[in-house]
Write a protein that binds this ligand. Structure first.
Ligand code: FE2
Length: 377
């Protein structure tokens, strides 16, 4: 059964937080074709062009495109040479998340505090400067080939960071109302969840605020287990999934097989109006998992009164769940690459701080139908 940890009482003493995080700074994806990926996120998801780095800005071995929507910043990076480490990442994993970058006030302190607690450095504190100021970056490894970079940018006024120039385009699709990263979920290997829970506790000072075992998250066929890790102020939440034994292959196993290892499963993007946002996304070609329409027959009996009309939720396939604090609305895209790996969640919270446990069964049955169609169940 799921357990809401006693630690989730909001009593964390901010002065005791050795890794104060201001939120997600950006998410960087290593992809096969950054130019086209950036266009997809602009046209389909409503991001705006922000910055570019590549040979024209003095970076000879790769290109990066930066796009933004409200507080969401995505970076798409592609190597220019086949033996480049970024090209090898893409060859192994397909397109996927390489960096979950976290905003800090002091990147040197963040590195010292985490590395002294056992974090494995991927970048010592490094100061990048140009005429717009300076950005300090440091970082550590997390699960798989994924990195956490700590970004200190209080003394920077430029478009993104040194090495980048402003990227202006004639084509700029309207926003879809996506606001910020609500949470990022990692899939880890068999029996590795608790190891990564300890990593986030010991190295980064996070707390386990919620746990789901295989009785919460199992359908007739497959199962997984999950623990939600949160930093002290709750701005950064990383649920960690591992596969569990079921009659057939867990969705986490399918991910691990196709990603060739551990990695980011989904990034949840917040909106203040999910009906409006999902209508826009759907009309621009984003594909969503669909639950059977019978899900809506009994909806208001299950979740109580909600502000939204049920009909548009049903038409779009938006799910609803309630906890002690309120309710939430959520929907999941199909994988956004050819491999069945990374996908997105769109979420609107109306008080609820949980993750939609009441939807797991309907949702995972929808995922299994997709898995089965791929021959992977
Ligand atoms: Fe989620």
């Amino acid at each position: 059964m799921s357990t809401l940890s006693a630690a989730n009482t909001g009593t964390a003493n901010a002065s005791a937080d050795f890794l104060p995080l201001q939120g997600t700074d950006y998410v960087e994806f290593y992809v096969g074709n950054a130019k086209q990926a950036a266009h997809f996120y602009k046209s389909a998801f409503g991001f705006q062009s922000v910055a570019y780095a590549g040979p024209e800005t003095g970076i000879k071995d790769k290109v990066s495109y930066v796009v933004r929507q409200n507080k969401l910043t995505f970076v798409f990076t592609t190597a220019l040479y086949p033996d480049h480490v970024i090209a090898q990442h893409v060859q192994l994993h397909g397109d996927g998340v390489r960096v979950l970058a976290l905003r800090v006030g002091d990147a040197t302190s963040a590195w010292n505090e985490t590395v002294s607690r056992g974090g494995v450095s991927c970048m010592e504190p490094t100061t990048l400067t140009d005429k717009s100021g300076e950005v300090v970056i440091s970082g550590i490894h997390t699960y798989g080939d994924t990195l956490h970079l700590f970004i200190e940018r209080e003394n920077y006024k430029g478009v993104f960071m040194p090495g980048y120039r402003e990227w202006k385009t004639i084509y700029n699709a309207p926003s879809t109302g996506l606001l910020y990263v609500d949470h990022c979920v990692g899939n880890v290997g068999w029996h590795q969840m608790d190891r990564w829970v300890r990593f986030y506790e010991d190295v980064m000072g996070f707390r386990n605020i919620l746990s789901f075992d295989d009785k919460d998250i199992s359908t007739e066929y497959s199962a997984l287990m999950s623990k939600v890790m949160s930093n002290g102020n709750g701005y950064v939440k990383f649920p960690i999934n591992e596969p569990a034994e079921g009659k057939k292959k867990s969705q986490v196993e399918e991910y691990l097989e196709f990603y060739r290892g551990e990695g980011v499963q989904h990034v949840a993007l917040a909106t203040h109006n999910i009906v409006e946002t999902v209508t826009q996304l759907r009309d621009r070609g984003v594909e969503f998992l669909q639950v059977p329409t019978s899900y809506y027959d009994d909806l208001l009996n299950r979740v109580g009164t909600i502000d939204e009309d049920v009909q548009p939720l049903k038409e779009l396939g938006i799910l609803v769940d309630r906890d002690e604090e309120g309710y939430l609305l959520q929907i999941f895209t199909k994988p956004v690459e050819d491999r069945p790996t990374l996908f997105f969640e769109i979420i609107q919270r109306k008080g609820a701080q949980s993750f939609g446990k009441g939807n797991f069964k309907a949702l995972f049955e929808a995922i299994e139908r997709e898995q089965s169609a791929r021959g992977n169940l």
